[in-house]
Design a protein around this ligand. Sequence first.
Ligand code: CUA
Length: 357
Amino acid sequence: MLRFRKTTFFLFVNSIFSSFLFGCSAWQSDPQTTVNPKSDMAVLIQDLYVLVFWLSVGVFIFIMGAIVYVSIRFRERPGVEAKQFHGNTKLEILWTLIPILIVLTIFLPTASAIPKIKSDAPANALQIDVVGKQWWFEFKYPELNITTANEIHIPVNRPVSFNIESSDVIHAFWIPQLGGKVDMMPGHLNKMWFTPTEARKNAYLGQCTEFCGTSHANMLFRVFVDEQEDFDKWVLSQQQNGMKAQSELAKEGEKLILNNIAFVTDNGTAIGCVTCHKIEGTNAMGMLAPDLTHIASRSTIAAGRYENTKENLIKWISNPSRMKPGVSERSGGMPIYEDYLTPEQIESIVTYLLELK
Ligand code: CUA
């Protein structure tokens, strides 16, 4: 029995220490950490969290300390008999007042933070419309006439305001270091705004946080907070039409995509890239799938799931469901092109895509 207790105690202490160490390292390097806020709204939420955390630590230490003290001090032992007490007015007033004070200490700052978080965005906010889809995010900058997918750029120190919606099931929008979580509802607009306070090269990671089907866990996005100058450059390049293919191989791919490689599937439907995807300035005008006009400028594919490399794009087009379950199985999903195209054709398409900077 004693040995069991010792082991349990050791495991308990060990797990607390490991969590603590893990927490410290996550604080430093994990871009999806919740305890290192980088926007005004995230700081507001973090301050509330820290307040509640230390109050809980205080309550925990006080209660545990009192239990240990009372268990030892008033225990039954030779010559001492344990006594039962019934009713103590002073004590009862005290243990009613203290919790009320604790609740007020939490309630007042919370009640002052919520209206700020829920307030309307300032007039100079950058507007971004985001639509959740199974299983990716479509982003539009209405004032800048930019459409992109799964990766956005925003300038540091300028408020950014999101109109948040879904086109199919319920998703949720969350960038732990910047803002959220906000539900993405079909047919209902939700709003959120924040001002990012730190530009950096590495993206802030975002994630769908409402179970939305097979590839819910593969529904990620990236937010790049840029210095104003870098943001302006990004905007300019995104506003251009899709580039014409340069290399010979890319030209073949371009032809395959734009002359609409339409294949008839087993159930008789014709499919081709341009049915669903858009490449601005070409006849690819599809609206169902991610806009490919500047796909080469994005760092990832498949909703933030894989690095945007030639190898991954080839795998993706060959059979997307191998990389992201459910994508080809759902109706209107991405076809399994290895059933219709030769490896050489797929490579030429990928070469073209990688020239769409
Ligand atoms: Cu979308 Cu989970």
